[in-house]
Design a protein around this ligand. Structure first.
Ligand code: FUL
Length: 502
């Protein structure tokens, strides 16, 4: 595939030839006149594509929970499309305690939570006007509670962001795969959700479609749909933004990372090329020359299933920590499923693992040795405020960079004394586009002899590097007083806003 540089090499001579040919024509000449735009701060030009403000807010949420809860919880199934729809399968004996769910997520360090409002079986956890297959017609105490509202309130009580998953595929609806399903069922549900429960940060539209499987034009109830036209997502997304200006839309403003096992590519571009096609490998790595800004979100389970079953074992805190490093530490966000049980509680084993993860994050990634320390660079953009100290000043709006055209450069941080180093965290100033293509990190005890620590490709919003990029174990610390980050290659000048050392 041609790179953007190759493409511009091909296109530029053509543009120049056109400009010469048009030179006699005044109108055409003014069209090509170079305009000097005022840029008193000497701010580097963006490298497109760049994120919207809404996407930035989402990126900064980083880590959030996912709650699969519904009839499947009581029957022990994952999809619920294997039997006739029966609302009384949803039979909580006690009121679900959403506050306890969300508290458990907060203990792991999550900053938001996404609830399954309707899974593939079509059962709605709120009293919707779109179908009778909802909580009001369930058994047990279910009629007494609007679970969506309880969950939204619990998130707000914890200062966490609130998001919603809605399955477009609906095995309960006789209208599914007709136009009436989209207008009278799905859009009605989306509207109720987006107008009834306060601000949302994300809405998830699962790609599963039943029948033959995921993400294809598979068959459901003997009717075939082409999902690229059936839902008219472009317009649905516009309408969602009118109701929920801060809410990013799945598949359009962020992408599925291509697996459900909690890892992103070591190379992971936010850049992407398609809102409709899913190619697992591309979803995992992004596309360097992609024209659209659609960053990666990794979804993963704390157990082995999405819905609770009694036999489930929870992943250990160490396993969850590794997932954290391989998702958030690789320019992706992390949505971690924590499934409540049939008593309406987050099960003890999941609560313990989440607590354990929160503890590991506090122990390993909270005390930044680099904060406020002096940093120097071999190259600094001039004029302007682009010095190396910007990477340790704790401010995400100031950054170190080089002059235009300088695609490499090194930043050295003096930690003032020897430290045992486990991780180096790098953040690009991604508001102006993802740029870095290759980097390495070195450490030194005396500032003269340097040892390799790790090397990588892309950085993006956040990249966390362990020694040799090995995420398998916490391992031994590397003793050093100095840390040097060498940007080896970048699409034009690299922009780093933070380097943290743990
Ligand atoms: C998948 C679904 O089919 C699973 O049941 C689960 O909801 C997961 C998050 O997405 O596509």
């Amino acid at each position: 595939m041609a790179t953007s540089r190759q493409i511009s090499r091909q296109i530029l001579p053509l543009l120049a030839a056109f400009a010469v040919a048009a030179a006699g024509d005044c109108a055409a000449q003014s069209l090509f006149q170079e305009q000097e735009l005022p840029n008193p701060g000497n701010t580097p030009s963006p490298v497109f594509p760049v994120p919207t403000e809404r996407q930035m807010q989402w990126y900064e949420t980083e880590f959030y929970g996912f709650s699969h809860y519904g009839p499947n919880t009581f029957v022990g199934t994952e999809w619920g499309n294997d039997r006739p729809s029966d609302p009384t399968e949803f039979a909580p004996a006690a009121l679900p305690d959403c506050q306890q769910w969300v508290d458990a997520m907060a203990a792991a360090g999550m900053r938001g939570a996404v609830i399954i409002s309707k899974h593939h079986d079509g059962f709605c956890l709120w009293p919707t006007g779109s179908t009778e297959f909802n909580v009001l017609h369930g058994a047990g105490v279910s009629k007494e509670v609007n679970i969506l509202k309880q969950f939204a309130d619990a998130c707000r009580a914890n200062g966490m962001k609130f998001g919603v998953y809605v399955s477009p595929w609906d095995a309960s609806s006789p209208l599914y795969a007709t136009d009436a399903y989209v207008t009278d069922v799905l859009l009605k549900q989306i509207t109720e959700i987006c107008t009834g429960y306060g601000p949302m940060f994300e809405i998830w539209f699962d790609g599963a479609m039943g029948g033959g499987g995921y993400y294809g034009g598979s068959e459901m109830q003997n009717r075939t749909i082409d999902k690229t036209v059936y839902y008219d997502w472009e317009n649905v997304a516009d309408s969602i933004h009118k109701m929920q200006p801060g809410c990013v839309v799945w598949g359009r403003e962020f992408r599925w990372c291509g697996n459900e096992d909690g890892f992103s590519g070591r190379t992971c571009w936010a850049n992407f090329n398609s809102k409709e096609v899913f190619i697992e490998q591309q979803n995992n790595t992004g596309v360097e020359d992609g024209l659209l800004f659609i960053p990666s979100e990794s979804d993963v389970r704390t157990t082995s299933k999405w819905f609770w079953t009694a036999e489930e074992k929870a992943k250990t805190p160490e396993q969850l920590f590794k997932i954290y490093l391989e998702t958030i530490g690789r320019n992706s966000t992390l949505i971690m499923n924590c499934a409540p049980d049939d008593k309406g509680k987050m099960p003890d084993n999941v609560v313990e693992s989440l607590k354990g993860l929160g503890k590991l994050l506090d122990e390993r990634l909270a005390k930044d040795f680099a904060a406020g320390r002096h940093a120097t660079a071999d190259k600094v953009r001039t004029p302007g405020n682009f010095g190396a100290d910007n990477v340790t000043d704790g401010c995400k709006d100031t950054y170190w960079t080089t002059n235009d055209g300088d695609t490499s450069g090194s930043v050295t941080i003096d930690l003032k004394r020897r430290r045992g180093i486990h991780y180096v965290m790098l953040q690009e100033y991604i508001r102006l586009g993802q740029r870095v293509r290759a980097f390495d990190i070195e450490t030194s005890i005396d500032g003269r002899d340097w040892q390799p620590f790790a090397e990588g490709t892309t950085i993006g919003y956040k990249r966390i590097m362990a020694k040799d990029d090995n995420t398998d174990s916490y391992g031994e610390a590397t003793e050093a007083r100095y840390v040097r980050v060498n940007i080896r290659d970048s699409h034009t000048c690299p922009l780093l806003h933070t380097i943290s050392i743990y």
